[in-house]
Design a protein around this ligand. Structure first.
Ligand code: NAD
Length: 350
């Protein structure tokens, strides 16, 4: 079994280890990097029964002590209250600054565990064990951690890089097909923003080695994060399809999933790019999105999308930065007055 290693050099330096079937090797990988300590695991009630024992047994065999805290699965669990409950569990288990947190699950658990690790005792290290495709290619890498509050998603959080990311692609086999598909929206995104070869590789579903594709996505994210860890500019490229996607998600009352919304958001961005004066890639992007089984029509009008976009936290002043494809594999950040975004959407037929 071959393990791929990608190293991230940001405010912390850490390895991302990617294997096909290597979950039980996590103890060894941790022991090679960290002194024996207590590992406080945060997981959810779908993932923990599947993989919790393997992770705990492996860590304990490598002289780590483990404690686990399991939350109900789903976005509604990503709350400050649940972070507090996890922190209470760590206090009870006498977790100290020389101990660690481990996130076993998708982006929800990863964001929460990372946030708990960022604030507990003013910051302790944490390991990400991503078990969804989205978490593998996106949320487990780059150190953005957060929880949702009633005013909106991810409004409370911190930058805190993990100390290790440990991914076994075999774990993705138990994913609900719609959750797996959501992750492919992010994979397609990486191709459009920075890598035409990746885009061409993934254009046909099921025709490629998933481990290799995941590794390439992580390399792209690594390169972006190393240049702009704190999201001051370039990292904005990763939001391709997300400005419109978030608006669609919100307007649907979150009945349209994140991946499905981002997929439609990428098509809107391509349409907007066309009326903005760039080459038209709408058909190419729409075809790929369709081939993955995503819906391609946006059920909302320009005015509705615009009102949500305006309230988005990513808006700075009166300007909005859109990520638009100049070519497949080369997106640019286009800063423009908010009113121009509305005009472009209308011109694009929304
Ligand atoms: N920090 C970042 O940079 C970043 C980036 C993108 C998204 N996010 C966040 O990620 C979250 C979404 O992540 P997600 O899509 O992974 O959602 P998720 O964590 O809710 O997982 C989706 C579902 O899949 C289940 N699941 C997970 N792994 C499984 C497995 N191997 N087998 C069977 N079921 C499994 C979960 O229990 C859950 O029901 C959002 O909260 C979003 O804000 C963060």
């Amino acid at each position: 079994m071959e393990t791929a290693k990608i190293t991230v050099r940001a405010s912390g330096t850490y390895d991302i280890l990617i294997s096909k079937g290597g979950l039980s090797g996590i103890g060894k990988a941790a022991a090679e990097r960290f002194k024996p300590c207590t590992v406080a695991i945060l997981s959810d009630d779908k993932v923990f029964p599947l993989y919790g024992k393997t992770v705990m047994d492996s860590l304990e065999a490598a002289s780590f002590r483990t404690v686990a805290h399991v939350i109900p699965n789903g976005e509604q669990s990503k709350t400050l209250d649940n972070v507090t409950a996890f922190i209470d569990c760590m206090v009870k288990a006498q977790v100290t600054r020389t101990d660690m947190v481990l996130a076993l699950g998708g982006g929800v658990v990863g964001d929460m565990a990372g946030f708990a690790a960022a604030i507990y005792l003013r910051g302790i290290p944490y390991i990400q064990v991503p078990t969804t495709l989205l978490a593998a290619v996106d949320s487990s890498v780059g150190g953005k951690t957060a929880v949702d509050i009633s005013a909106g998603k991810n409004l409370v959080g911190a930058f805190h890089q993990p100390a290790l990311v440990y991914l076994d692609t075999e774990n993705l086999k138990t994913l609900d097909p719609s959750v797996l598909r959501d992750g492919f929206a992010e994979v397609i995104k990486y191709g459009v923003i920075l890598d035409k070869k990746l885009f061409d590789t993934v254009a046909k579903p099921n025709s490629f080695d998933l481990k290799e594709v995941i590794a390439r996505c992580i390399e792209i994210k690594r390169d972006v994060v190393e240049q702009d860890e704190f999201d001051k500019g370039l990292r904005g490229l990763l939001n391709f399809g997300h400005t419109f996607g978030h608006a669609i998600e919100k307007l649907s009352g979150f009945t349209i999933t994140h991946g499905s919304a981002v997929a439609r958001g990428m098509i809107i961005a391509a349409k907007v790019a066309r009326v903005y004066g760039f080459t038209d890639y709408t058909d190419i992007i729409t075809k790929v999105v369709k081939d993955y089984g995503f819906e391609t029509d946006c059920p909302f009008k320009a005015n509705e999308l615009y009102s949500v976009i305006l309230s988005d936290k990513k808006r700075s002043g009166a300007n909005i930065t859109l990520v638009l494809p100049k070519q497949i594999g080369a997106c640019t950040l286009e800063k423009m007055p908010a009113s121009q975004v509305l005009e472009l959407m209308k011109k694009a037929g929304l």
